[in-house]
Design a binder for this molecule. Sequence first.
Ligand code: ADP
Ligand code: MG
Length: 226
Amino acid sequence: VKSKIAKLEKMEVVSQLAASISHEVRNPLTVVKGFIDLLKAPNLSQEVREQYFQHVVRELKSAETIISDYLAYAKPATEDIGIILIDREIRSIIEMTKPLANMNSVKISEELVPGITRGNIQHFKQCFLNLIKNSIEAMPNGGELSLVTLVSKFDIIIEISDNGVGMSREQINRFGEPYYSTKEKGTGLGSMVVVKTIETMNGKIKINSVLNKGTTIRITLPIYTS
Ligand code: ADP
Ligand code: MG
């Protein structure tokens, strides 16, 4: 019964969030529609036209960010639980984020030992994608992102470290709170997905951060043994 209630509560949270996300995405789309209508007008100067286009692109980007931070939770079939080869999945996420890392002059280093856990692979990928994205975004002028895994008897530890802007006490405390973001174009949904995913996987999150020095996020997950 207890787990049934927990499941219902979780579903409620997810559906509430889905509703508010679609609301959030609708706003930029409405703005886009407005500018496209404006672009229909004859005799627009090249300069004004250019401005309208910029607004359209900006709003579409904002809708895209909202969706991409939340993608795993918006998808159906969220109950699929399977075996996750952590090192392999993290390597594939690193490959995915390389273009973004290159754009920010971020060097990625990895020290990954094999480790297996159980969970929803889609959620796992989205979770680590969001963590890696945050680290890269924390180093707009370049830096180093390191991914390390350690295996002990019962747990797998995954450490994501950057030498970026760092986090204040408030930022650390509010990590996971939906819509809390210190970024101009942030959604504050990335960390919510991280916290929910790790919670569901019976894992733990620990943040160590020093302002202007960098951040290390340590995730502990139960090891899977057959
Ligand atoms: P977003 O990235 O859209 O702002 P997130 O939920 O992913 O939202 O992150 C919430 C906030 O946590 C960020 O706005 C930022 O202030 C802080 N944060 C998360 N990860 C890091 C990091 N690696 N370095 C510095 N700040 C971080
Ligand atoms: Mg983020």
